[in-house]
Design a protein around this ligand. Structure first.
Ligand SMILES: N[C@@H](CCC(=O)N[C@@H](CS)C(=O)NCC(=O)O)C(=O)O
Length: 198
């Protein structure tokens, strides 16, 4: 099995965390790449050119990050990370909310990169920031209704908070219920070992 990832991607990080949480050895599986390098070995398995992508022996290439998390959890962990969410539609919506926030954060990062080329759009910039602000308030509300377990929601939440600190430190993340949830899990080895970097 091979996991193509990049060290800055919050989506790839969620796969890296799940890999560790289900007890697999990351050293023999993880392959660091930069998606912009367009390496043929990577594009052959994920034509979208996005990380993460997991190459498996039994099922071929698997993406995106949500499917990879469920595959690893189901294959090596009796679905312990997904089961708490599976039949709870509100928990699943909380998971999707966090994924949507990640999409906005990555879109805002791309907008910041365009700024250097003088192609920044004030309209989109503002739209992404407003979406993040509203989404974080909704997430704070939803964090108060989560149970004490550890699930894919927590892994996604950690990826979101650390990505905000990494790429958008100007955005306020000190929202009490979110910080409380984050503090419960941020010292796990899987989280510490996969901190984002350039
Ligand atoms: N929905 C996908 C998103 C993956 C994604 O957008 N990855 C970014 C890195 S943060 C990427 O590889 N971008 C390269 C590109 O768009 O060319 C997932 O959850 O895996």
């Amino acid at each position: 099995m091979k996991l193509f990832y990049s060290t800055a991607s919050p989506y790839a990080r969620s796969s890296q965390i799940v890999l560790r949480e289900v007890g697999l050895d990351p050293e023999s599986i993880e392959v660091a790449i930069h998606p912009f390098d367009n390496q043929p070995e990577f594009l052959n398995v994920n034509p979208l050119g996005k990380v993460p992508c997991l190459m498996t022996e039994d099922c071929g290439a698997i993406f995106d990050s949500e499917v990879i998390a469920q595959y690893l959890d189901a294959s090596f962990n009796q679905a312990r990370l997904y089961k708490p969410i599976q039949e709870n539609w509100q928990y699943r919506t909380t998971y999707s909310l966090i994924s949507g926030l990640l999409d906005l954060c990555v879109a805002l990062r791309q907008e910041k990169m365009r700024e250097a080329e003088q192609l920044k759009s004030d309209f989109w910039w503002q739209r992404f920031v407003s979406g993040i602000d509203r989404g974080m308030l909704e997430l704070a509300n939803r964090c108060q209704h989560l149970d004490d377990g550890f699930s894919l929601i927590d892994i996604n939440l950690c990826c979101l908070i650390d990505y905000l600190k990494f790429r958008h430190p100007e955005i306020n993340i000190n929202v009490a219920p979110i910080s409380k949830r984050y503090q419960r899990i941020c010292n796990r080895p899987s989280i510490i070992e996969t901190a984002p970097s350039d």
